[in-house]
Design a binder for this molecule. Structure first.
Ligand code: SAM
Length: 208
């Protein structure tokens, strides 16, 4: 079983619990909520409102992007998450897909949101996922990626409640964005004072 299969099985098993814990989470997270609002405004400004929420989970952020004026759709590895998202947001489109091979044509999107969806990907594979996200962005398109940030020199594996995950030194992740040809132009680091001690890291980049 590869790590994607393990992640899929893990999320398939916690859909209702995850949705009950996280589907309204941004109501109490003004930093993340406003960063997503900024992303949506910038995507609208490109004139191409088509946007993918990759690793969308229960679909709540796809719905938020839709409410913010984007033509948003959600993609996730977990069929049970996709099923939940479709039932929770019947007017929106959700499909089962892997971030490793997005079912989207080259250069089609004004924006890609990857909110805590690459946290389970082994660090060595993250550049390939970012390159795949770049492939589907139109010139001028925006990527907002959010993850657990740390100060240390290397990504650190930790026991996330659902599946093993990795926290990232923020500068290292920013270098990956630059490495796939994106211009990294904004970052928001928020200390949620959680027991785990990670920062909420949000990086916003644009395809030239
Ligand atoms: C921590 S949850 C985040 C869900 C949602 N973005 C949010 O912020 O609440 C991670 C999600 O990414 C999905 N995921 C993980 N690896 C993936 C991959 N390689 N391709 C597609 N989805 C993936 C999982 O199935 C899960 O729904």
């Amino acid at each position: 079983m590869g790590h994607q299969d393990k992640t899929r099985a893990a999320y398939d098993g916690v859909v209702e619990l995850y949705a009950s814990m996280f589907a309204n989470r941004l109501e109490t997270q003004p930093f993340a909520r406003n960063m997503i609002g900024t992303f949506a405004e910038l995507v609208r400004g490109t004139g191409n409102p088509r946007a993918a929420d990759v690793g969308c989970g229960p679909g709540h952020l796809t719905a938020m992007l839709h409410d913010l004026g984007l033509d948003a759709f959600g993609l996730d590895l977990s069929p049970a998450m996709v099923d939940h998202a479709r039932r929770a947001h019947p007017s929106l489109r959700f499909d089962e897909a892997r971030m490793e091979a997005l079912p989207v044509e080259d250069g089609a999107l004004g924006g890609v949101l990857a909110h805590y969806s690459m946290i389970h990907t082994p660090p060595g594979e993250v550049p390939a996922l970012l390159a795949e996200q770049v492939r589907v962005l139109a010139p001028g398109g925006l990527l907002l990626v959010s993850f657990f940030g740390t100060d240390g020199p290397e990504p650190v594996r930790f026991d996330h409640k659902v599946a093993p995950a990795y926290s990232w030194p923020v500068d290292r992740f920013a270098e990956l964005l630059t490495g796939v040809g994106l211009d990294m132009f904004a970052r928001l680091l928020h200390d949620p004072a959680s027991e785990r001690g990670f920062l909420d890291a949000h990086l916003l980049a644009r395809l030239p």
